[in-house]
Ligand binder design. Sequence first.
Ligand SMILES: Nc1ncnc2c1ncn2[C@@H]1O[C@H](COP(=O)(O)OP(=O)(O)OP(=O)(O)O)[C@@H](O)[C@H]1O
Ligand SMILES: [Mg+2]
Length: 372
Amino acid sequence: MKASSAAKRGSAWSAAIDATAVLGALPDPVLVVDADGTFIYANAAAEQFFDTSAIGLLGTLLSELLPPDSPVFALIDTVRSSGHSVSEYGVTLETPRLGAHVMTVQAAPIAENRAEVVVTLQERSIAHKIDRQLTHRNAARSVTAMAAMLAHEVKNPLSGIRGAAQLLEESVGPGDRELTRLICDESDRICALVDRMEVFSDQRPIERGPVNIHEVLERVRLVAQTGFARHVRFVEEYDPSLPPVHGNRDLLIQVFLNLVKNAAEAVPAQGGEIQITSGYQHGVRLAVAGSDSRVHLPLVISIIDNGEGIPDELAQHLFDPFVTTKHNGTGLGLALVAKVIGDHGGVIEFDSQPRRTAFRVCLPMAPRGVST
Ligand SMILES: Nc1ncnc2c1ncn2[C@@H]1O[C@H](COP(=O)(O)OP(=O)(O)OP(=O)(O)O)[C@@H](O)[C@H]1O
Ligand SMILES: [Mg+2]
């Protein structure tokens, strides 16, 4: 009974909905090229994009519309040789006819062992997200100069103030000693803050090697669960086959500690849950700002919490230094995370709704042939 009703539903679907109509209704250009790179399909959005009718496009070579060095061709070749779908962010498609468009290009094989490739182009969404993360990198950079200045201008006089207070402590009565203690404690607090900022002024390239990210995440969970996240339930979903990250273990621990700490501070007092997941994503490459090269960032680690989410007005500035909604917060946690992930050539992005806030970190893989 069940099988036949499912079959009926299947046939009802195919009769009612024509796949070509669906593709035609999509707002993003979709096109298919054959083994020679000739158009064999273009939806309405693709007609508009190339400013040519479908009839005009059919039989036309894609290379007649895009310059020969366009990354789209390399992408199509990769799909043919790997048999996988591939996507690339931040590809600039530019011809005299099209003008310049920064797009996300996705290409996929139509069927196994066939040379036809379907290509979709998206102008907004993901490209937009990447834009956001590039501003995060700028934010991290702007704090660099300030950190260097603070370390220099604040720490030296501060040690003088602290020394003077200590000297005074010996000669004042017990009532005033409380005040000299206060000066010392507050000086120490400012000093610790400046120390935290000093990470930002470190411009040296980081030392990197193959890092087992699950070992890093386990360590972070352990530290969290025995300390600040005692009240939280942890759910781990790791892909055990994940290859090592090309990274710095200590810095990565710092990154994920900051993300897990924020998550633990966001979850409700009762029923708080933090999910940590790891996975491999095929074919996501990111254009490196200011150069032609592209990095492959296949390792994705997500920290997801069930807190109230990030207020809209904060989202734009989340990775800027000193942005905080917390009583005792410094607002340096995410600025530091952005700096370290940037130094790794990685990407961080977030997506927040009430009861589900996810921070996704994409990192490069360690070169093959080295083991952890
Ligand atoms: N998982 C999250 N859920 C909701 N809001 C978040 C989350 N993570 C960060 N935020 C918001 O972003 C702000 C900045 O975070 P960041 O880690 O940079 O600083 P902080 O946590 O306030 O201070 P510090 O890290 O120094 O303790 C937080 O104050 C909080 O408002
Ligand atoms: Mg924080």
